[in-house]
Design a protein around this ligand. Structure first.
Ligand code: MN
Ligand code: MN
Length: 458
């Protein structure tokens, strides 16, 4: 497989640049699942998408060309673009996840030690804890008040915003620390955010903490107890940047899985006014902790939304729902490991994804002897190959590393429970799950092309 950069025309390069700019802008604004859902809904509404909540029980009759969405608690969203063919024939679906590894503020987080105030965190998803110290961090999230008010929090992204920080031990005193296993160099309970150091003059005990509470109250109307009902995520501060002297790559937080969610969404918005088969784009939360919860892939949210859509056709039987699900085809648009020459030992080069070689198809993920994975059907893979080849989409196939080196899971396995065809198909990422991951702009471009071709042709 040749490096795709070699075959790009001047026009391709302009398009790649423009897509890269749009994606970086999105990444810099949408760093949490909630921010992604708000962003996607805002953009979809501009294109004529309507919330199914507004149509429910109104006797609405579904028509080909209708654009609808359902919002799941502000953290998961599904878009439908109704096609000419009956829904019972199934849909062409793209499904990505919009949560990323990070740290969450604990419910009782604030404390003071030696005139320094901290917010205690609990990490979310798989992280190498030592990577999250000594970098600028931002707070994104919501605080839900008892009176029903929900306050948005976003601190650390503006030029003149303060950032938060987790310390590491100075090298001069690290003899003991450097002998430790990497998993213990920084431990979970050491991931506490430094948030202040000025004591209130009139306080004798915990004056720094008291001062921070004052600031939270004055600036954000947040009381200490409000942390009990808050979801505040700690993420790397700052914008997505071009990477490399040739600007061929993008360095940013959250490529897993926004580098797939973003082109999936653009592809969904690009479908013809009246598609042949109904197209569907699902964005889920909680993938990084096992797809659990009401907003994760394991929940019935998507199925419920589809049942509502079927109700608009007047054929809302359980059988119609099951037929639609089992006859649907999905690309689970999730990232894969990019080959890293610095760590060549963990990769098996014939079955590895490389930057600049296009979309990555993972027939299976899992660990050990393919445990807990969706092993996609050969017939389905043949169909995907045909669609990509016919549309000049560069793709490669891959496994996540050598056999028995580790493993990974995606949402594909949950979608397959409906009896539908599904395969993992996304971008290759360097330094996955680190605070700053890297992707190739060419791969992003091929992903967008590939997802458009799939929605139209599957
Ligand atoms: Mn992922
Ligand atoms: Mn992941």
């Amino acid at each position: 497989m040749e490096n795709v950069w070699k075959r790009y025309t001047e026009k391709d390069r302009v398009n790649i640049h423009e897509l890269g700019e749009r994606y970086k802008d999105f990444l810099s604004r949408a760093k949490t699942e909630r921010e992604c859902v708000s962003h996607f809904i805002r953009e979809a509404e501009k294109k004529g998408y309507r919330n199914i909540l507004d149509l429910m029980d109104s006797g609405y009759t579904l028509r080909p060309g209708d654009k609808l969405y359902a919002n799941g608690m502000g953290k998961t969203v599904v878009f439908f673009h109704i096609g000419r063919r009956p829904l019972e024939e199934g849909m062409n679906m793209l499904c990505a996840h919009i949560d990323s590894p990070r740290m969450d503020i604990k419910q009782v987080p604030l404390y003071e030690d030696s005139d320094l105030a901290y917010l205690d965190t609990h990490y979310y998803g798989g992280i190498k804890k030592y990577q999250w110290v000594t970098i600028p961090l931002a707070l994104h999230g919501v605080v839900a008040k008892k009176d029903g008010q929900v306050i948005s929090v976003n601190i650390g992204e503006e030029e003149d915003d303060p950032v938060l920080y987790i310390s590491d031990l100075l090298i001069h005193l690290s003899r003991e620390q450097l002998e430790k296993k990497a998993s213990l160099v920084i431990e979970g309970e050491q991931l506490d955010l430094l948030v202040g150091s000025i004591p209130l003059a009139e306080e004798e005990k915990d004056g720094v903490k008291a001062n921070i509470l004052n600031i939270l109250k004055k600036k954000y109307q947040i009381e200490e107890e409000d942390f009990l009902s808050a979801e505040i995520e700690v993420v790397p501060a700052g914008k997505a940047r071009d990477c490399g002297l040739d600007r061929s790559m993008i360095a940013a937080y959250g490529h897993d899985d926004r580098s797939c969610a973003y082109p999936s969404f653009e592809a969904m918005m690009d479908t013809p006014e009246v598609p042949d088969r109904t197209t569907c784009c699902l964005m889920v939360d909680k993938e990084e902790i096992g797809s659990v919860g009401a907003t994760g892939m394991e929940s019935r949210f998507f199925e419920n939304a589809l049942a509502e859509i079927l109700a608009f056709t007047g054929r809302e039987s359980d059988l119609a729902l099951r037929r639609c699900l089992s006859r649907s085809r999905m690309l689970s648009t999730d990232v894969s490991a990019a080959y890293d020459p610095a760590f060549s030992r963990v990769f098996e080069k014939k079955n590895t994804a490389f930057f600049g070689k296009g979309l990555v198809i993972n027939k299976y993920t899992g660990s050990g002897g393919k445990f807990r994975c969706n092993d996609a059907n050969a017939e389905y893979l043949a169909k995907i190959r045909r669609i990509f080849d016919e549309n000049d989409v560069a793709f490669q196939t891959s496994e996540v590393g050598k056999v028995d080196q580790g493993g990974a899971g995606t949402i594909a396995y949950f979608a397959s429970l409906y009896g539908m065809d599904v395969v993992d198909c996304g971008l290759a990422v360097l330094s996955m799950h680190s605070p700053m991951e890297v992707i190739s702009k060419a791969d992003l471009y091929e992903a967008r092309k590939g997802y458009i071709a799939f929605l139209k042709g599957a």
